[in-house]
Design a protein around this ligand. Structure first.
Ligand SMILES: NC(=O)c1ccc[n+]([C@@H]2O[C@H](COP(=O)([O-])OP(=O)(O)OC[C@H]3O[C@@H](n4cnc5c(N)ncnc54)[C@H](O)[C@@H]3O)[C@@H](O)[C@H]2O)c1
Length: 336
């Protein structure tokens, strides 16, 4: 006997550009569990308490930084929520950067087999990238983002004003992902990046990501373009024991990808100068090390199939190109 179960996954969600007081109004009758980190809470404690004074909110405050995206922190939050008798009618709200968003979203995806989730990104990187696209997850001792899920939020709420307290280095960290959208998709971002035109930077980045993931939500092909620079970036993050922040590692990873592309005669040589010029506006780092040291860390990347990697190159600005590369090949490249 065969029983066929038809499942349709036609879900969508809104990205709302608004003050949170207005956007959250419709959830007033819900119990909210708001997860944030100590830095963000320091700046926005009074704002949150004032804006949400008529709401039923429990606050969960975590330490800032990638090390909080851990199995231990994940389980600690799960236990805290269960002790507080979370139900499926409640909503988990992430208020913070990509770390808070990824971790909270994974908690929301898994606790009680899934509760509702609202993402309020407060860093540039989270506004332009991590809050969009439904990927949530945590790191394990074997590598980055290896435990995760696709979890659509009820809504993503973006208020640019939160960026006023974001440290300059963290802003630059987010710009690395914007440069990625310029390189793989939207060449018109060049002037916006040079002029730091914030509204265009955020809206065009979101549009790029949205269009790519709508074509390929579960990363069978086009969505891999978004991994441009990330194969080596994740290795760099792990190699540095997460001391190098994600965006800076992506900047180095894109530098490596373009230099490798030139080495393999895939990438137009002019692209490297364009990249280095843009990095100089935002003090973004180039990769100075030796890629052989990073090769052992490539193995646990999800983009890897055994010993092969689906490596994302660009032929020119705006033209991504995927090629399978054997990991061993990277050991043979001494200078590039
Ligand atoms: N899910 C995805 O699709 C996706 C995509 C890209 C990156 N990511 C993940 O995102 C994470 C990086 O995100 P991030 O760069 O936002 O890191 P983060 O969350 O660590 O935030 C960076 C720093 O900025 C501080 N901060 C955030 N908002 C602030 C504000 N408004 N004012 C003052 N300080 C503020 C934080 O406390 C932290 O110290 C990584 O874990 C990366 O893997 C996920």
């Amino acid at each position: 006997m065969l029983i066929r179960v038809e499942v349709t996954l036609k879900e969508s969600y809104n990205i709302t550009f608004s003050k949170i007081g207005i956007a959250l109004n419709k959830y007033k009758d819900k119990r909210l569990f708001l997860i944030t980190d100590e830095n963000v809470y320091f700046y926005y404690k009074n704002h949150l308490k004032e804006t949400l004074k008529e709401y039923n909110v429990d606050y969960i405050i975590i330490k800032p930084g990638e090390k909080s995206k851990s199995e231990e922190k994940y389980l600690k939050i799960i236990h805290e929520l269960l002790e507080k008798h979370i139900t499926r009618k409640d909503i988990i709200v992430a208020f913070g950067g990509g770390v808070v968003g990824d971790l909270s979203g994974f908690v929301a995806a898994t606790i009680l087999r899934g509760v509702s989730f609202i993402n309020i990104p407060t860093s540039l990187l989270a506004m332009v990238d991590s809050s969009i696209g439904s990927k949530v997850g945590i790191d394990t001792h074997y590598g980055k983002n290896l435990l995760g899920a696709f979890k659509n939020p009820l809504e993503v709420i973006i208020d640019f004003n939160y960026l006023k307290t974001l440290p300059k280095e963290e802003y630059n960290n987010g710009i690395a992902e914007v440069i990625k959208y310029y390189l793989i998709d939207d060449v018109s971002l060049l002037e916006d990046i040079k002029n730091n035109n914030l509204e265009n930077i955020i809206k065009k980045s979101i549009k790029s990501k949205k269009e790519i993931i709508t074509k390929d939500p579960f990363e069978t092909y086009e969505r891999m373009y978004l991994n441009f620079g990330h194969t080596f970036a994740h290795a760099i993050e792990r190699h540095s024991n997460y001391e190098i922040p994600h965006g800076y590692a992506v900047a180095m990873g894109m530098d490596i990808s373009i230099r490798l592309g030139i080495y393999f005669n895939i990438t137009n040589k002019e692209v490297l100068n364009k990249l280095h010029n843009l990095y100089s506006y935002y003090d973004l780092p180039l990769f100075k090390g030796n890629i052989q040291e990073l090769v052992p860390y490539l193995s646990s990347d999800k983009k890897a199939h055994a010993d092969k990697i689906n490596f994302v190159f660009i032929k020119d600005v705006g033209t991504p190109y995927i090629k399978q590369i054997e990991k061993e090949v990277f050991y043979e490249i001494s200078s590039f």
